[in-house]
Structures are given as C-alpha cells and as structure tokens.
Design a protein around this ligand. Structure first.
Ligand SMILES: NC(=O)c1ccc[n+]([C@@H]2O[C@H](COP(=O)([O-])OP(=O)(O)OC[C@H]3O[C@@H](n4cnc5c(N)ncnc54)[C@H](O)[C@@H]3O)[C@@H](O)[C@H]2O)c1
Ligand SMILES: [Fe+2]
Length: 387
C-alpha cells in the first residue's frame, strides 16, 4: 500500500438544533470578538442568519453579515467578502449555507490581511498563510464542503478553479439537520445525488483511493442511499434529514482525501455554460460515466452495490451487481423530478463539441483520477447519450 496522509475536521457536531444551542459558546471557545457570517440571500430569508446571529450575540460576539454569495461563486464576490472581513477586523469566519457559501468562507478565512484579491493566490501555495478560525454550517446535504479542504470558485474566464490545501479545512463543522427541513425537493435531490457521486468517485479513484476514504465512502453511501427516497417524500423527517447530512459529510471527507473524477469533469461545463446547479449537473452525467467505466471498475461498483443492496445482489457476478447499481442510480434520478435529458434543459447537439472540448482541455485533472481514461470522442458520446 502506498503512504497515506489524511486530513479531517478536528470537531464535528451532528445534532438537530445545534446551531442555535452551541454556536455562541463555540465562538467564545475560540475567543472570537467579531464574527463574519458568509451566506446567500436565500438563507437570510429563511431566518437562519437571525438564529446564528442571536446565538453569537448572546455570547457577546459582534456579528457582520455578508449574504451576497451566489451559486458557483465568482472571484469578485469572494473579494467583496474578504474586504468586509478585513474592514471589520473579524476574528472568526462562519460559512452558513450550501457549498457556495462555505467555499467562499474558506477563502475569507485565509487571513484577509494576507492578500488583496483571490487572483493573487490562484495556483499559489497558501499553506503557510495565517488562518482565522473557521466554522462551517451546511444547509444542503450534498457538497460535504464543511468537511473538505477544497474551495471551488469561478475565475473571470468562467472556469472552475480549486484552491486545495488542508489549511482551509473548517475547524468546526456543525451538522444541524433542522436547517435542511425546508430544502425544496429539487435541491434535496440534486445535492443528495452530488453526495452519492462523491462516495462513488472517492471509492473508485484511480490515483488516491485509500482505506480510510473507502470506509467513509461506503458508510456515507449507505446513509444517503437508504434515506434518499424518504427525504424526497417526507422532507420534514428530521432523522432522515440528519442521516443525509452526516452521510454527505462522510462523503466529503472521503472524496477530498481521495478524489472526484470524470462525473465532476463532465458536469462542470454544464454548470458554467448553462447554469445547471452542481448536483443536478453531476446527476445528469453520472450513469453515462459509470457505464463507460464498467470495463475498468465493475468489481468496485459491485462492492458498493453489495453494501447498499445486499439482498438484491446476492449471488450476482460483478458485472451484474455493478449494472444493477447504475440502474438504481438512474431510477433515483428519473423519479426525483429533476430533468434528466439535456434537450429539456435547452442544450442541443450543437453545444456538445464545445462542452466536450472544455472537459478535455480544462478538466484533464478529473479524467486523470477516473478509473478509465476518456478521449474527446468518448466524452462526446456520453453527452450525446443523454441528449
Ligand atoms: N468544497 C467542496 O468540497 C465542494 C464539493 C462539491 C461542490 N462544491 C461547490 O459547491 C457549490 C454548490 O453547492 P450546493 O449544491 O450546496 O448549492 P449552493 O450553495 O450553490 O446553493 C444553491 C441554492 O440552494 C439554496 N439553499 C441552500 N440551503 C437551503 C435550504 N436549507 N433551504 C432552502 N434553500 C436552500 C441557496 O439559497 C441557493 O439558492 C458549487 O459551487 C460546487 O462547485 C464544493
Ligand atoms: Fe460535487
């Protein structure tokens, strides 16, 4: 076995209503005097910022709110948040929201006095920077960003850039499922499928598969798989929501220490060029990519199939079990209410060459971790299959 270096949060709380009950006390433990809450306007409207602010203020911590994050956060928005943290001498950063808010908060926490613009640190080693204490409070059960040390932001040219260093791992992840009870069905489905893809891609990574990620990916996938239909049909089931939130955090820890792969590679151009939300974009391409990978990864997909469908896969060959696994993921997508054909999303065959070109030229790093190499023609064929 090759050597492993594994990073994860020092403190994870998984408990309903823990943000209201514990946030202020935790902030005091970090000797915070002025906290910035980094979030988006939708989260403010849901009242979650008020709950966080009240908990912090009751503990004597001043609060500044930055709620201008947007999906797939562009660099300018991250720069705006950094400026506010700097101007208010904030000494604690709290990312509250989906992956977009938490990823923005991660960059803000890289000490705001260390650099002017995110452009200055792209492709640079930031591991020696000072860092402010960082808490992450997810409101989607999907990206696992609260438990990862990557921040995905959008550069001026529209490409997704990853800032990747253990330095930005949140010090505390607060998994409070009450914050996910009002997640609309389409966001619940898309983010959950993102998390399942994280488990599968971590488990089948060509380059960084490791036993710790494997264990977390299997457990995470079981929690997500077994609760997926429940959260879609009974969104107010707090136990099911809690399981999804913990499952997605486990998936995050698994993939960030292993890797994601071609599903993410093919999904990014769909998000960037057509504004399809991250999880939905992954869900669109996942079955095509997994089917393409069968010749290289069927035994690994079969292991996952046995973990989530033990009785149905009893006695099956690897190929049979792996195929059933992909078929069930397809059923999850097709019954979730998400659109699953590109032409329903205003993407035509004329758009495909440009999409495939971006995958090969911009996201080669995500093909390199895929269990099987992919050519331009093969990427094109996967997109065509879901037209
Ligand atoms: N850092 C990582 O490890 C990592 C991993 C995967 C994806 N990502 C990134 O995360 C981003 C996607 O994050 P996301 O899928 O969580 O979505 P998001 O943060 O972009 O939010 C999507 C929408 O959901 C709404 N929303 C969030 N929580 C809600 C709730 N509880 N109730 C109602 N509405 C709610 C938000 O207001 C927003 O409108 C992308 O930029 C992607 O690249 C990061
Ligand atoms: Fe993802």
């Amino acid at each position: 076995m090759t050597g492993i270096e594994f990073y994860t949060n020092g403190h994870i709380i998984s408990e309903a209503d823990s943000m209201r009950q514990k946030l202020g006390t935790l902030a005091k433990q970090y000797r915070a005097t002025s906290a910035i809450i980094v979030t988006d306007a939708g989260i403010t409207q849901l009242g979650y910022v008020d709950i966080a602010q009240q908990s912090l203020e009751e503990a004597g911590v001043n609060v500044v709110v930055f709620d201008s994050v947007v999906a797939d956060p562009p660099i300018e928005i991250v720069n705006d948040a950094i400026k506010i943290a700097r101007d208010n001498s904030c000494d604690l950063v709290i990312g509250l929201g989906g992956g977009s808010s938490i990823d923005t908060a991660k960059i803000v926490a890289l000490h705001p006095n260390e650099f002017e613009s995110v452009n200055d640190i792209l492709d640079k080693d930031v591991s020696g920077f000072n860092k402010l204490p960082l808490f992450a409070i997810p409101t989607t059960a999907g990206t696992g960003a609260e438990a990862t040390f990557v921040s995905v932001i959008t550069a001026k040219d529209g490409s997704k850039k990853a800032i990747y260093t253990p330095k930005i791992l949140p010090d505390v992840a607060i998994l409070d499922a009450t914050l996910t009870l009002k997640l609309p069905r389409h966001i619940t489905a898309a983010t959950a499928l993102d998390a399942m893809v994280h488990c599968v891609e971590a488990y089948t990574s060509r380059t960084k598969k490791n036993p710790i990620s494997d264990a977390l990916a299997v457990k995470g996938l079981q929690m997500l798989w077994n609760n997926f239909e429940k959260v879609l049909n009974q969104g107010d089931d707090i136990d099911a929501r809690s399981n999804m939130l913990l499952g997605s955090a486990l998936a995050g820890i698994a993939f960030v220490n292993s890797s994601v792969a071609a599903v993410h590679g093919l999904s990014y151009p769909l998000s960037i060029n057509f504004h399809i939300p991250h999880g939905h974009a992954n869900a669109l391409v996942m079955c095509g990519v997994f089917t393409f990978n069968l010749s290289a990864a069927a035994p690994l997909y079969a292991e996952l199939a046995h973990a989530v469908m033990p009785s149905q896969t009893l006695g099956m060959t690897d190929l049979e079990a792996a195929s059933l696994f992909i078929k069930q993921l397809k059923i999850f997508l097709e019954t979730s209410g998400l659109k699953y054909r590109l032409n329903e999303l205003d993407i035509t065959d004329q758009d495909i060459p440009a999409l495939a070109d971006i995958v090969i030229n911009t996201y080669a790093r995500l093909i390199a971790t895929n269990p099987k190499d992919m050519t331009l023609n093969e990427v094109t064929a996967i997109y065509e299959e879901i037209l």
